[in-house]
Write a protein that binds this ligand. Structure first.
Ligand code: ZN
Length: 680
């Protein structure tokens, strides 16, 4: 629930850097190619690891070991996303490597684009919409590809080309098979209609009954039941297949554990060593209580320079929200830029006390809101190639309350986005005036960094539940409302004089830029990511439209946000920033009340009224304008390559290079890190 994804407004930034954002420390070689590929709705970029050399050799070796662990779980996310993803990948890669026919034809190019899209999504469903990706080439052409590829290029598990065509063709081409990875349409059986591989043979009702029996509402330290298993029904019995070293996904988990054990040997300090050991114990036993213990150790480690996320973490991929996808991030603290986030954290209590939320729903004591800016060194699993720009973990509410949470913003990732997007015309197209564009050039990057900090460091960690409320009452509306709550907290405060007082922003103009940008994005620009005629489904997007549309509606009598049309083009312009801030405060108060009291009906009403439906004509206009810019709405990254430096047999250091071939990295990963059977 706590991932912050890059939003469309980032695309339009020009990268004017101000103090606070540390990106100006990064290399600014003109020769560095930030974007290396573009196809369909996707672009592939690179990110740098500035200050890698400022780590000690031992820390660099630690980064290397953790990075290997980050790549060893790649197959897990593929399999979690859909039972037949590894099968499809093996066939497509086999063709890519071995096809003997014409590699210059239009069909071949279409095939390559399809494969690149599947790589990007870790499977055959779009990474964002979760709709099945339909190829632009025919089933007949696919048959030709398979038949003109030597069979040794395919896994023996697939049983030869005839079998492949019989079994795999329908998976790829039949729109009725597995049309959606995560279905959220209320009223349908969300398990039966979702293609994700978290349940098999069970209905939604059976799954819910299974877990509600386990949960104890009075447990002060409730286990996150279901987080690390697949739920199946065999011979009429519903049971879990647990993901652990000697269980499901065991052959990949063994490799993860191997590298984590190496990491233990070069840990920076005792706390970090214990933390990694607890994670290993959890991977061995699959015991979720151990996972909680690990999280408590992890959240308490504020001294280590190198840090990581590794495990079954986020539940976006499960329509019921029990199951977590496997992901990994390896990073280290960006000391200079962390200053900004630390100032915010140090004042956490002030922000909590002054928020517009009802006092009964405020935390009396805001604990352990730690915050730092990190430099990402490696991405894995569900964070690769599409990555968040901020993370706030752990997810278990009781641990957050008792032990605090760790919040990070990924500065070198946002910087890479910004650099790759320079001068692409997006802002000029959707901003009302030249002045707006200029203000954005001046403050945009800093404002979005600050928004991320406020959202992650304070937003998610703020507020408290009323007695007896567990936190899962909002069900399928929970993610959207939680993101809205964190965004509103950020929006409310980014226009507070406190920002200037604390030295976080030179003037409140930065807040105004963020307001204009948020409204423009929420009401219009983000629609570039949605197919014409479709509803908004993704939680972060729903949240943004919910906030922007609610404020537009509720500020109408005061003309707070004005819809203007010029030369047939629509713009949304903020007329009154002070009133808009009040509206943000009012909505924050209401959404906090909804969360704190578990008011499902009110939450549902808000989301359904403002967050889901899209005005068809406006949507069409936005897409037309956007298409003329020839930009890709989604970005992802290839990883830097971190290689060991050997002295004899021992690893004494590590060094970084920056590969620039997307397909090559994907094939390399499939070659080196395929540890699972095709079907699990
Ligand atoms: Zn968030």
């Amino acid at each position: 629930m706590r991932k912050l994804l890059i939003s469309v407004f980032m695309i339009g930034l020009y990268g004017v850097l101000l103090s606070g954002c540390d990106a100006n420390k990064q290399q600014k070689e003109d020769s560095f190619k930030w974007q290396i590929d573009q196809f369909a709705d996707l672009r592939i970029m690179r990110y740098q690891i500035p200050e890698f050399d400022s780590l000690s050799p031992q820390e660099r070796v630690l980064v290397y070991y953790l990075s290997e662990a980050a790549k060893c779980g790649r197959d897990i996310i593929w399999d979690q996303n859909y039972k037949y993803n590894l099968t499809v990948r093996n066939v497509l890669e086999g063709i890519y490597k071995g096809y003997k026919g014409d590699r210059n034809s239009e069909d071949w190019n279409k095939f390559v684009v399809y494969l690149k899209r599947v790589w990007f999504s870790n499977g055959i469903h779009h990474h964002y919409s979760t709709d099945k990706i339909m190829p632009n080439f025919s089933e007949e052409y696919f048959a030709e590809l398979v038949k003109s590829t030597p069979e040794e290029n395919f896994s023996k598990e697939l049983g030869g080309s005839d079998e492949i065509l019989k079994n795999v063709s329908p998976i790829i081409f039949d729109p009725k098979i597995a049309p959606k990875r995560v279905n959220q349409v209320a009223g349908e059986d969300l398990v039966a209609t979702s293609a994700c591989n978290y349940y098999e043979g069970v209905s939604q009702a059976e799954a819910e009954a299974f877990y509600s029996k386990m949960m104890n509402p009075n447990d002060p330290a409730p286990i996150s039941y279901g987080l690390n298993s697949k739920l199946v029904k065999k011979d009429g019995v519903v049971k879990e297949k647990v993901w652990k070293e000697d269980g499901m996904y065991g052959s990949a988990i063994q490799h993860i554990v191997y590298w984590l054990q190496k990491a233990v040997g070069v840990a920076e300090n005792e706390t970090q060593r214990k933390t990694i050991e607890a994670l290993i114990d959890y991977y061995k036993s699959g015991d979720l209580k151990t996972f909680d213990e690990y999280n408590i150790l992890w959240v308490g480690d504020l001294i280590s320079r190198v840090d990581f996320v590794n495990g079954f973490i986020e539940n976006y991929g499960d329509p019921l929200g029990y199951k977590a996808s496997w992901e990994s991030v390896v990073d280290f603290k960006n000391v200079e830029a962390t200053r900004r986030a630390e100032i915010i954290s140090k004042n956490a209590q002030w922000f909590e006390d002054h928020s517009p939320v009802d006092s009964q729903f405020k935390k009396k004591e805001v604990k352990g809101v730690s915050a730092k800016v990190i430099t990402v060194a490696q991405l894995g699993g569900d964070c690769y190639p599409s990555t968040p720009i901020g993370i706030n973990l752990p997810n278990a509410d009781w641990i957050r309350k008792e032990h605090g949470s760790k919040s990070v913003t990924m500065d070198n990732i946002t910087y890479a986005y910004d650099q790759a997007a320079q001068g692409n015309g997006f802002m000029d197209e959707f901003a009302w005036s030249k002045e707006e564009v200029e203000m954005n050039n001046k403050y945009g990057y800093l404002a979005s960094c600050l928004h991320t900090d406020l959202h992650e460091c304070l937003g998610h960690g703020s507020g408290q539940l009323a007695p007896g409320v567990k936190g899962d009452e909002l069900k399928n509306y929970g993610s959207t409302l939680e993101e809205a709550r964190a965004d509103l907290f950020a929006l409310y405060y980014i226009m507070d004089p406190k920002m200037v007082e604390l030295g976080l922003m030179p003037s409140l103009d930065g807040g105004k830029v963020e307001y204009s940008s948020y409204i423009r994005n929420g009401l219009m620009a983000q629609l570039t990511r949605v197919e014409l005629g479709k509803d908004i489904e993704e939680a972060h997007m729903r949240n943004r439209q919910l906030i922007a549309a609610w404020c537009y509606d509720n500020g109408k009598s005061d003309n707070v946000i004005e819809k203007k049309v010029r030369d047939g083009k629509t713009y949304f312009v903020v007329n009154d920033f002070g009133k808009l801030r009040e509206l943000f405060g009012t909505l924050l108060k209401e959404i906090q009340r909804i969360k704190s009291t578990g008011d499902y009906e009110a939450g549902k009403a808000l989301v359904e009224k403002y967050a889901v439906k899209v005005d068809y004509d406006l949507h069409k206009e936005v897409l037309d304008r956007y298409n003329k810019l020839h930009l890709a709405p989604y970005g992802g990254f290839v990883n830097p390559s971190i290689e060991p430096v050997l002295q004899g047999d021992s690893v004494v250091d590590a060094k970084v290079t920056y590969p620039d071939d997307y397909a090559k990295q994907m094939l390399e990963y499939s070659d080196k890190y395929s540890f699972l059977p095709l079907i699990n």
